[in-house]
Structures are given as structure tokens and as C-alpha cells.
Design a binder for this molecule. Structure first.
Ligand code: SF4
Length: 379
């Protein structure tokens, strides 16, 4: 356990004081992979009062990427003369016909990059290679993708394209709440997304569903403070949006970054693992930049969703079940031999469960209503 959370006993003490006043068990959800990992790493789950639990939602970018998109990325990596660049966690995610790691073992040129501009630089230095940047992530990672496209355009590169699977967080929260399948009493909102979008995007959850939303930073004590605030707002019957991360998050967000996104990308319908097709929930390159779209350049056809039915990631990332309710967890599926993206990704819930102690996670699971496993996300 990371003990930083114990240096702020007042938050946990106050939570324990207030929890008995709650009318029923409360389930709050975080929608940020970093929150997922740090809540587990700090031992927060096991320190929460019995009637307060924290669920993981669709906040891990790799985990929400659809199986069809994963298959497409692996397909492109295997095309002749292509160098595929992507962020590290994507390498081991298994598609229907294997992973990028498998493609690389079979001879494909797959490179891990740490910045979208690394892909542009590689394209600039290797004009004979077609460099494809497989871009995933929420509003946080989209601005760098936009910058990469603009830089490629500035250099008039004709060997650089983006295979974009970017997602927007609000459509996912909307879909989750509208489905009525998951009982949630409030949200711990992602600080880093809010830095870009501004805090006000989450107001819709308060207005539309009368649920409290608290934006916070990433350390265990910050997440604990957000949960305390959610409990306080619940007790006052005062659904509201609160920003506990004002040093970084403003109402309007990073308008420069938002303009960059809007200049290069436009909203499109996108398929999510666990949430199916959601309208205007993804981003595609605008027509002015279509020449940098790998789908256009290589005339790609989107593969159909062929999900591994044994993997329940779709249910895990929507809070319908906990990882321990997946029959493969910890036996067939481990970080060393992951069967699904939730175990591959460093921000995945299954990976966090496995790494940071199933004991504390079991405390959360015990508070969840038992739900049947639905054999992965077929919706
Ligand atoms: Fe998928 Fe493995 Fe998680 Fe089960 S334990 S949901 S197989 S990633």
C-alpha cells in the first residue's frame, strides 16, 4: 500500500463519521484510468467505510477501444512498408488475429512512442516508410494528436497518417447513465480530462441525472477527498458539481487545446468496448486533413466486432461486474498472460485488482450487488 493516504487521516475519519448517516450503501464511480490505479495503489478501497464503494468506469483508453479498432490497428501494422507507432499499452492488447506484439514477432515494424510528435519525426527521417500513428485516448491525448497532424501538414509529409480511435468522455457517461444498468450515486471526475474540457462539461450529469460530480487530482488523498465530498453532497441532498482541483482545472478548460482538437478533428459515431456504438463519441480527421487519415490512405474497411466471449472486459469497464466475477481472472488471465485489455493496460481495472491486492478489491466487490456475468460486451 502507498501510505500517503494515511498521512491525511482526517479525511478518512470524517468519512467514517458521516457514512453511518447515509440512507443506503453508496456506489461512486471514477471514470479515469489513473484514478483507478491510484485508488488501488493507495489502498483506498480497503479504507473506505463498509457502505461506501468506488467502482471503475470507462476511463481507461486502451480498455474502451473496440475490438474492431484493435483488429484494424494490427491489420495496418502488417501492411508492407508500414511502420506503426503507438503508445506502449496497445502493444499487448489481443485482437481477433493476435496483438501488435504478435505482428512485430512476425516481422511487422511496430514502435512504441512517448509523444505523437515522435511519429512525425520518424516519418520525416524515413521518407520511404509509411508511418501510421495509432492514436487512442480521451480529450487528454487528442491535442497532441492534433499537433502531430498539423506538424505533418507543415512539413507536407506524404508518408504520415493517423489511425484515430480517440474518444470523448461525456458520451460514455451519458450512455452509462441512460442504460440504467449500473447503479451509480455520483462520480469522481477525471482531473486531467477536465483540464482540457473545463469543469463545466460534467454539469450535464448533475442537471440531467441529479448526481453529484467532484473533479479531483490523482493521488490517493485527493481521490479520498473527492469521495468525502460526494458523501457530504449526498447527505445534504445537494447534487452539485465541485472542483477540488482548482490549481489545474478551470470552468472553461484549456481553450487553446480545445480549438486545436476542433480544428483537426470532428465528432463521429464510435464503437466502444462495453458500450457499443455511441453517436458523436469519437473523433475523426476533418476533411481538410483527410490526407493524413490512415483509413483513407490505405482504403481500410472497419472489421466487425469479434469479441473474445470469455473475456468480460466490457462488463468490467462499465461497472456491471468486478474483475473477480470474471471466471478467467487470476487463473487463465494474469498480467503475464492477459486475455483482455483490462488486464493488459497499466490503467486497467483487472490489472489494478491483480497488482494491488485482491483483498482490498474484494472489499469493494462484497459491496456490489451480485450480477450475472454476461460473457463480455455483446451490446
Ligand atoms: Fe478480461 Fe481478463 Fe479482466 Fe476477465 S480478468 S475481464 S478476461 S481482462
Amino acid at each position: 500500500m502507498n501510505r500517503t493516504i494515511l498521512r491525511h487521516p482526517e479525511v478518512l475519519e470524517r468519512l467514517r463519521e458521516l457514512a453511518p448517516l447515509l440512507p443506503r450503501p453508496m456506489r461512486f464511480m471514477e471514470v479515469c484510468g489513473t484514478h483507478t490505479v491510484n485508488a488501488f495503489r493507495s489502498g483506498l478501497h480497503s479504507l473506505l467505510p463498509e457502505n461506501v464503494s468506488l467502482l471503475s468506469g470507462p476511463g481507461c483508453p486502451v480498455c474502451v477501444t473496440s475490438q474492431g479498432d484493435i483488429d484494424l490497428i494490427v491489420q495496418v501494422a502488417s501492411l508492407p512498408n508500414v511502420t506503426l507507432c503507438t503508445y506502449g499499452d496497445m502493444i499487448r492488447v489481443t485482437g481477433h488475429d493476435g496483438s501488435l506484439a504478435d505482428a512485430r514477432a512476425a516481422g511487422a515494424d511496430v514502435r512504441i512512442i512517448y509523444s505523437a510528435l515522435d511519429a512525425v519525426k520518424f516519418a520525416s527521417e524515413n521518407p520511404r516508410r509509411q508511418v501510421v500513428f495509432a492514436a487512442v485516448g480521451f480529450e487528454t491525448t487528442t491535442p497532441p494528436s492534433a499537433v502531430a497532424v498539423l506538424e505533418a501538414d507543415k512539413q507536407s509529409l506524404d508518408n504520415f497518417t493517423v489511425l484515430a480511435s480517440h474518444k470523448l468522455i461525456m458520451p460514455a457517461m451519458r450512455a452509462l447513465l441512460s442504460s440504467g444498468e449500473v447503479e451509480v450515486d455520483g462520480f469522481v471526475c477525471p482531473g486531467h480530462v477536465a483540464i482540457i474540457t473545463g469543469s463545466r462539461v460534467f454539469q450535464e450529469v448533475v442537471d440531467g441525472w441529479h448526481l453529484p460530480c467532484v473533479i479531483t487530482g490523482f493521488e490517493g488523498p485527493q481521490i479520498a477527498a473527492a469521495i468525502l465530498r460526494l458523501v457530504e453532497l449526498t447527505l445534504r441532498n445537494e447534487p452539485a458539481l465541485e472542483n477540488l482541483y482548482p490549481q489545474a482545472v478551470t470552468d472553461e478548460g484549456n481553450t487553446f487545446a480545445m480549438k486545436l482538437i476542433d480544428k483537426v478533428f470532428e465528432p463521429v459515431d464510435a464503437t466502444w468496448r462495453g458500450l457499443a456504438l455511441l453517436s458523436d463519441s469519437g473523433l475523426a480527421l476533418r476533411s481538410a486533413y483527410k490526407r493524413y487519415d490512415a483509413r483513407t490512405r490505405f482504403e481500410l474497411v472497419q472489421p466487425e466486432e469479434r469479441i473474445n466471449k470469455a473475456c468480460a472486459c466490457g462488463d468490467v469497464i462499465t461497472g456491471r461486474i468486478s474483475p473477480g466475477q470474471c471466471r478467467l481472472f487470476g487463473t487463465v488471465c494474469t498480467p503475464a498472460r492477459p486475455m483482455g485489455p483490462c488486464m493488459v493496460s497499466s490503467e486497467g481495472t483487472c490489472s489494478a485488482w491483480f497488482k494491488y491486492g485482491r483483498q482490498s478489491a474484494a472489499a469493494t466487490a462484497a459491496r456490489q450487488p451480485a450480477e450475472p456475468q454476461t460473457q463480455g460486451a455483446q451490446r
